[in-house]
Design a protein. Structure first.
Length: 72
């Protein structure tokens, strides 16, 4: 889980998301949903995230911001 988070620090900052130990799992699930990859398939998820960031980094950051719901 979250094997690719270290590469997304800038995306998280631009999306206004603070990654904590308490929200990593939910955030990981949200990213899997955005890229339409089954949860816990980290390599496939990272491959799709990289592709989307390369194509439209601002769009991916905006999609993440819109999809993210801070856990209660």
């Amino acid at each position: 889980m979250t094997c690719y988070f270290r590469h997304l620090k800038g995306i998280f900052q631009r999306s206004g998301i603070e990654v904590t130990s308490g929200n990593k799992k939910e955030l990981d699930q949200t990213i899997h949903e955005i890229v339409a990859v089954r949860y816990k398939d980290c390599p496939k998820t990272w491959k799709e995230v990289k592709k989307r960031i390369t194509e439209d980094e601002d769009g991916f950051a905006a999609a993440l911001k819109a999809a993210w719901k801070e856990p209660a």
